[in-house]
Structures are given as structure tokens and as C-alpha cells.
Design a protein around this ligand. Structure first.
Ligand code: NAP
Length: 293
């Protein structure tokens, strides 16, 4: 049986470390980090994600606020709200839960957040720092994955990592972090996408395979080298009439098959999801410490 890489367990351990640093910061400054989440409209998944982030803030001792806006809010009104939060020193970090309604340009909104408060790490300035290997805010999901690899002592140096998916929030920054000259980097990284020819010829060479496609159960055992570490980022709601809510969360990896060949694997749920929140909490803590330490 493979080692199960439990994001749930790692995040509990990280929460303790974060809470201790929050307490130390409070003793020194009288303040704690404050994370603001902007939620536009009534998307069910978005409400769940924002609720989980608020709960995590409570666990580690951050202040948190959820600012809810009707889906009809104009882009200019939303930008004005972001600017108000940018200017307010009581707020440490700001996230805008995506997706946004079609009439709002997500790129424009992402770039309106001050880079120092961009604790999701999506702003061009933070992505640019990441690309150059300079210190900055790292995108929360790939950062959370590196925290998980570190927790389990999974060596990346000199390993061949194959990342499936080149999105700006997961695949591309993941490839940058793992190839960076750092404790959780120094890997040789291959980044694959929908135009990659003969995908299996790459994935079967991977010591560590990170899958971020949004294609439920796409990766079977035939795509995995025996003994590989498999990180499944995918979370798609698929219909499941046996559940009261009518759906279940499914990863991009066919777990039952791949668990037979991998040396370590993340479950879905309970794998990368909690690590994304840990990455966000860590980014918010670091933003606070940079300002007040
Ligand atoms: P995305 O923006 O849709 O990107 C998907 C990537 O997969 C694209 O780069 C696409 O290639 C590539 N791709 C699609 N089909 C492919 C194929 N057949 N072969 C090779 N590459 C293929 O998705 P995302 O935002 O990165 O999210 C990916 C998944 O992770 C989703 O299920 C999402 O819900 C999940 N996610 C989970 C967390 C978490 O905390 N657990 C966080 C973020 C995202 P092209 O660029 O060529 O189109």
C-alpha cells in the first residue's frame, strides 16, 4: 500500500505552528493578521471554499471578514471596494473568490489587489518574482503542495517532476517552484498540457507526478511509473445519486488503480485541498510578519 499524503493531517500540524506565530506577533504588536474574502454572487462551491477559509482563520487566530456582493455588482464598484481595502492598514490580506460573473474581468480584478495583500499570489508582480526566483507571495495551491512534500520529507532535488496542466494558478507556478533553487525545489521539471504529444512517455518517467487538469480520473496506472509520488490537484464535482447532495468530489487520478503502483499518493478530498488553505494561511501570516516584525 502507498503512503497516504494527508493534507488534513499536515494542515493540522501547520495550523499549530501558525497559531504560535500569531500569538507571538500579538504579544509584540497587539494585532493579529486579518484576511478579507470578497464573494460575488451565490455560487455554491465558492461559498463552501470561502467558508472553509474563514474557519481556518478562526483556528489559527486570524481575524477574518467575508464581504458579500450581489452578482450584479459592476466591475467599477468592485474595483472601488478593492481599493478601499488596499488603503486600509487593518487588513493584511485580500482574496477575491473566483469565478466572477462574466461581466467582470478576472485579470483586471486580480491586478487591482495590492501585491503585498495578494495572499493568493496571483498578481503579475508576485508571479514575476516567482519566475525570477525572488522572494514574494507564492500561489497558495502550489505553495501548499511544497509544504506537504516538506512535511513528509519527500526529496525533490535532482528528481524528475512531471506537472500536468499549465494554468496560472496551479500548473505553471508549480513548475516554477519545483525547479527553483530552494529546499523544496531543484527538481528537473517537465510541464505538459493539452498539446503535449505522447503524454504517457513523459508521465511514465516522473519520480513525482503532479496532476492539475480538471479531468476526473484521467490518470490511470498506465501513466504512472511504479514507485512514483502522485499529487492529485483535481477537484471536480461529479454526479453521485447515492449521496444526499447528489455529487461527490473526484480527483484527476484514478485512485484505486494508481494506489496500486505509487509509493505515495494524495487522496481527494483531504489531500491538496487543505494544503491550499494552509498555503493561504501561511501567505497571510508572512504578509503580517513582513509588515510588523
Ligand atoms: P485549468 O485552468 O482548466 O487548466 C487545466 C490544464 O490542463 C490546462 O493547462 C490544459 O491544457 C490541461 N489539459 C486539459 N486536458 C488535457 C489533456 N488531455 N492532456 C494534457 N493536458 C490537458 O485548471 P486549473 O485551474 O489548473 O485546475 C485544475 C484542477 O485542479 C481542477 O479540477 C480544479 O478544480 C482543481 N483545483 C484544485 C485546487 C485545490 O485546492 N485542490 C486548487 C485549484 C484548482 P491547455 O493549457 O493546453 O488548455
Amino acid at each position: 500500500m502507498p503512503q497516504i499524503l494527508s493534507g488534513k493531517e499536515v494542515s493540522l500540524s501547520l495550523n499549530e505552528q501558525i497559531a504560535a506565530r500569531v500569538a507571538a506577533g500579538k504579544a509584540k504588536t497587539g494585532m493579529v493578521p486579518h484576511l478579507v474574502a470578497i464573494l460575488v454572487g451565490n455560487d455554491g462551491a465558492s461559498q463552501t471554499y470561502v467558508g472553509a477559509k474563514e474557519k481556518a482563520c478562526q483556528t489559527v487566530g486570524f481575524d477574518s471578514s467575508i464581504l458579500r456582493y450581489d452578482a450584479s455588482i459592476s466591475q467599477d464598484e468592485l474595483l472601488a471596494e478593492i481599493e478601499r481595502i488596499n488603503q486600509d492598514d487593518t487588513y493584511t490580506g485580500l482574496i477575491v473568490q473566483l469565478p466572477l460573473p462574466n461581466h467582470i474581468d478576472e485579470e483586471v480584478v486580480t491586478h487591482a489587489i495590492h501585491p503585498d495583500k495578494d495572499v493568493d499570489g496571483f498578481h503579475d508582480i508576485n508571479m514575476g518574482k516567482l519566475a525570477k526566483g525572488h522572494p514574494g507571495v507564492k500561489p497558495a495551491t502550489p505553495y501548499g503542495i511544497t509544504l506537504m512534500l516538506k512535511h513528509y520529507g519527500i526529496e525533490t532535488q535532482g528528481k524528475h517532476v512531471v506537472v500536468l496542466g499549465r494554468s496560472n494558478i496551479v500548473g505553471r507556478p508549480m513548475s516554477l517552484l519545483l525547479s527553483d533553487s530552494s529546499e523544496t525545489g531543484n527538481a528537473t521539471v517537465t510541464l505538459c498540457h493539452s498539446r503535449t504529444r505522447d503524454l504517457a512517455s513523459y508521465t511514465r518517467q516522473a519520480d513525482i507526478l503532479v496532476v492539475a487538469l480538471g479531468k476526473p480520473e484521467f490518470v490511470g496506472a498506465d501513466l504512472v511509473k511504479p514507485g512514483a509520488v502522485v499529487i492529485d490537484v483535481g477537484t471536480t464535482r461529479v454526479e453521485d445519486t447515492s449521496r444526499e447532495r447528489g455529487w461527490r468530489l473526484t480527483g484527476d487520478v484514478l485512485y484505486s488503480e494508481v494506489a496500486e503502483v505509487a509509493s505515495a499518493i494524495t487522496p481527494v478530498p483531504g489531500g491538496v485541498g487543505p494544503m491550499t488553505i494552509s498555503g493561504l494561511m501561511m501567505n497571510t501570516l508572512q504578509a503580517f510578519e513582513r509588515k510588523y516584525a
